[in-house]
Ligand binder design. Structure first.
Ligand SMILES: Cc1cc2nc3c(=O)[nH]c(=O)nc-3n(C[C@H](O)[C@H](O)[C@H](O)COP(=O)(O)OP(=O)(O)OC[C@H]3O[C@@H](n4cnc5c(N)ncnc54)[C@H](O)[C@@H]3O)c2cc1C
Length: 266
């Protein structure tokens, strides 16, 4: 979906064109941050572009399958995240120049790209949250182990009041986020993703911010080792920081929560 030339948190901005030509569609566009495209096992892309720029705002877009070896596709470079290349899957910048695919590669039908994106993004977002909570647990575990095995100024770090407060605050925050994730999962199962959209939006904001706080405290307890390649904390922080942007920036989810909350009190 994402394109360098436009604010892609608003997917109606997408410029990539998918134009029908006989039994084929012709694709022209420029994408970046296409996760997984760098993996040598990746053989097919799911691309979102506009089939009809004159249609209603959310019916201009379609999704189409594009075999990765189709002529006209150029992987320009792999993006790095705070210097990490995230190999093997990577995040590619890709140009599509007169790329032709059979017409039956279109998913669901012309103008239904948004519908597909909405269907995927709810489950995708909560899946991020579950993994984020796992990363926060790992960070807290390593913070506790480090605090009990390292001494400074006459006592272990685990005996310092400020470190104990950081440990307690981290446990509280993880449990809060876990419970909101479970509630969201329960609502998705029982009332469906559309009705549960407020909870999905909430947890997509809560989980990464919570984990970034926990990881930052763990980094502090580890000293310089925390920012190095030895502990995994630096990489976890870099990865989770991207989840305040990917699959919708925090502000877009906060807007959803605010809109639904205000609607209750009209
Ligand atoms: C590691 C990584 C992997 C990714 N993988 C993929 C992928 O596989 N496929 C894909 O299509 N994309 C992917 N993305 C891209 C990601 O989804 C986009 O970066 C995201 O949608 C934001 O779009 P943008 O970067 O164009 O930011 P913009 O749309 O330019 O937004 C910039 C900033 O504007 C602010 N903003 C936006 N809307 C509002 C608002 N309503 N109110 C207040 N402030 C606002 C926010 O702070 C936002 O961060 C990935 C990104 C990263 C970092």
């Amino acid at each position: 979906m994402t394109e360098p030339a436009v604010a892609s948190s608003d997917a109606t901005n997408i410029q990539c064109r998918i134009e029908r030509d006989g039994d084929e569609y012709v694709i022209n566009g420029h994408k970046w941050w296409i996760s997984g495209a760098g993996d040598p096992r990746c053989q097919i892309y799911i691309l979102m572009g506009k089939t009809d720029p004159s249609a209603a705002r959310h019916q201009q877009q379609s999704m189409i399958l594009v075999p990765a070896d189709t002529p006209g596709i150029t992987i320009e470079r792999m993006m790095t995240v705070y210097g990490y290349d995230d190999a093997p899957h990577g995040h590619a910048e890709i140009r599509f120049d007169q790329v032709r695919v059979p017409a039956d590669h279109l998913l669901l039908g012309e103008g239904r790209g948004f519908e597909i994106a909405q269907g995927r993004l709810g489950p995708g977002r909560i899946h991020h949250c579950m993994r984020i909570i796992g990363a926060a647990e790992r960070a807290l575990e390593s913070m506790c182990q480090r605090a009990q095995s390292r001494s400074a100024f006459g006592s272990t770090l685990a005996e310092k009041g400020s470190v104990r407060q950081d440990i307690a605050a981290s446990r509280i925050a993880i449990n809060q986020a876990r419970l909101l994730t479970l509630q969201t999962a329960h609502r998705m199962d029982t009332v469906g993703n559309k009705v549960a959209r407020a909870e999905i939006a909430m947890i997509k904001v809560v989980a990464p911010n919570m984990a970034l706080d926990v990881i930052d405290r763990a980094v502090q307890v580890h000293g310089a080792a925390g920012v190095s390649q030895d502990t995994g904390l630096a990489m976890a922080w870099a990865h989770i920081r991207t989840l305040r942007l990917a699959d919708g920036p925090d502000e877009v989810h906060l807007e959803t929560v605010a809109k639904l909350e205000l609607r209750k009190h009209r």
